[in-house]
Design a protein around this ligand. Structure first.
Ligand SMILES: Cc1cc2nc3c(=O)[nH]c(=O)nc-3n(C[C@H](O)[C@H](O)[C@H](O)COP(=O)(O)OP(=O)(O)OC[C@H]3O[C@@H](n4cnc5c(N)ncnc54)[C@H](O)[C@@H]3O)c2cc1C
Length: 506
């Protein structure tokens, strides 16, 4: 007897029970794999709907994906569906983007980034002929890092320091101890090309000036497997994963915030919801930010590694200000994915990541899904979001007071650059600030991507997928290994499902 309330379902269903806290893509894909492994699965989500960072807002006839829009490594999803006994195409249609994105510099020049090597070479040549050879060499280096860091190690647990040390020789050979920006400078002389080939870590919360050069692998990943979008929005992918769970008899409960993880004699025995309801479990998986998992769900449990002091000492990723808006016209010359860069690169990132100072200038990502999928807005209309990286809440910025003026500045900037006439066309709008990442998604310091992916916060140094603190507790999602971004969180689910023992036969 565990002393926990035993839900009726446990009486009727003899399978071992896995409780997953959080219905982000990390939690949902873990739940799908555990259900396929034979567990009875219950997913508990605090919000009123699933998805987490990939939540879907529906307003005034517009559909807004809250977060991820760029889907790379589609084979990871195909493999997930196969592991669950299906085919991705049965539930979700992924279509390639072409180009991947346009990068517009402050001087008005535009780099069109695509997966076609010849078009890419032409773009590089147009910026700096002298860098063509460097481009070819960079792509080869990116491919080599990809094979080691992503294909061989990306879905392996880093639980032992011995295993970590074994990977050191590769790390030294591939320059993983250097930063992305340093590595890129080895191949490119043009300052704009240095931005084009180093900005990728920002997509997963990393600062190119501190993130390990391993993240140079993204260039190869994108060129080999493409950049995709889900028809109907990323929400269609989220709903597809939910179907995988439900087809195996799993349950997803929304509006069910967890208060604590119940531990008996060092072993996770279940969870307690904020309502006081208790659920017994054979296995508990937390998809919630590890700082919250350890600092709140296990606040009273003695911790060896992830103490409150260690959580406080961590370096957390940037946050985001995301402004979603629908307009009553179409901006046909704006592509699906546009990076609108400001005048500064290193200075801007120093302010955001190092100085925690809210910069005066900004670099933006503008998302226009209706460029490829008009079903996301009423006829003749466009849905957008604009995302601005900002310091996390260590900055002390009072977003309650600052958000209105910041939104107005973003609107002005968009009017001056990509969207002239924007103000007059807006028919619906809302936003997320760092406070939403902290209070809505329970992310420490309102970080949008959990712990920053620096070398000493990666792999073994990151919170492990099998908890170091409590037996029977596992971690999936952006804050654990391998890290943020859809390929990262879906890989963490695979790692967890491999680590969790086979369900008991009762
Ligand atoms: C604006 C934005 C754009 C992005 N764009 C991209 C992109 O284009 N491509 C890409 O690959 N990645 C992108 N990312 C990163 C990617 O979205 C995330 O790394 C990933 O979705 C995180 O998934 P997760 O499962 O780890 O966490 P989450 O999605 O945050 O899931 C955690 C879940 O736990 C729930 N939860 C929290 N506390 C509790 C509690 N007490 N009880 C129960 N549930 C709880 C939360 O509500 C949430 O649903 C983007 C992120 C953001 C924010």
């Amino acid at each position: 007897m565990t002393g926990l309330d035993s839900p009726m379902a446990a009486v009727e269903d003899p399978r071992s029970h896995a409780v997953v806290i959080g219905a982000g893509l990390g939690g949902l894909t873990t739940a799908a794999r555990l259900a396929a492994k034979g567990y009875r699965v219950t997913v508990l989500e605090a919000l009123d709907d699933i998805g987490g960072r990939a939540y879907v807002y529906r307003r005034d006839g517009f559909t807004f994906d809250a977060g991820p829009t760029i889907i790379t490594a589609p084979y990871i999803f195909e493999e997930l569906w196969q592991a669950c006994g299906g085919q991705l195409a049965d539930d979700v249609e992924l279509r390639p983007c072409d180009p991947f994105y346009k990068i517009r510099f402050d001087d008005g020049s535009v780099f069109e980034y695509s997966g076609d090597p010849e078009r890419m070479r032409a773009q590089v040549r147009a910026f700096s002929e002298a860098d063509l050879d460097g481009y070819d060499r960079f792509m080869r280096a990116s491919g080599e890092i990809f094979r080691v860091a992503f294909q061989e190690l990306g879905d392996k647990p880093f639980h032992s320091i011995g295993f970590t040390l074994k990977t050191m020789a590769d790390m030294v050979r591939l320059g993983g101890y250097r930063t992305v920006y340093d590595k890129v400078c080895e191949y490119f002389t043009d300052p704009r090309l240095r931005v084009v080939f180093s900005f990728h870590p920002l997509l997963i919360g990393g600062n190119p000036f501190t993130t390990t050069a391993y993240y140079c692998l993204i260039a190869h990943l994108e060129s080999k497997y493409g950049v995709h979008y889900a028809v109907g929005g990323t929400g269609a992918l989220v709903r597809g994963v939910a179907k995988l769970i439900e087809r195996r008899g799993g349950t997803i409960r929304c509006g069910a915030p967890v208060r604590s993880i119940l531990v008996e004699r060092g072993r996770a025995k279940g969870v307690e919801l904020q309502t006081g309801e208790r659920l017994a479990a054979d296995v508990v998986v937390s998809n919630v930010d590890p700082a919250t998992t350890y600092g709140k769900f296990l606040a009273h449990h003695p911790r060896k590694r992830w103490t409150d002091q260690k959580i406080a000492r961590g370096r957390y990723s940037m946050s985001l200000f995301v402004w979603y808006f629908g307009v009553n016209r179409r901006f046909e010359d704006v592509g699906h994915h546009t990076m609108l860069l400001g005048p500064r690169y290193k200075g801007l990132l120093d302010d955001i990541f190092r100085n925690y100072r809210q910069p005066e200038d900004f670099s933006l990502y503008l998302h226009r899904p209706t460029a490829v999928d008009p079903s996301l807005a009423p006829e003749g209309c466009d849905a957008f979001y604009v995302l601005s990286p900002v310091p996390n809440l260590a900055s002390g910025v009072d977003w309650e007071r600052f958000a209105d003026s910041y939104e107005a500045r973003l609107r002005e900037r968009l009017e001056e650059t990509a969207l002239p006439g924007l103000s007059a066309a807006i028919v619906t709008s809302f936003r997320l600030t760092p406070l939403d990442f902290r209070d809505r998604l329970q992310s420490h310091l309102g970080a949008a991507f959990a712990l920053e992916p620096k070398l000493l916060q990666s792999a073994w140094f990151r919170p492990h997928n099998r908890s170091e603190e409590v037996e029977g507790l596992y971690l999936a999602g952006a804050g654990t290994h391998p890290g943020a971004g859809l390929p990262g969180v879906v890989s963490s689910a695979k790692i967890v499902a491999d680590l969790v023992p086979a369900p008991a036969i009762r």
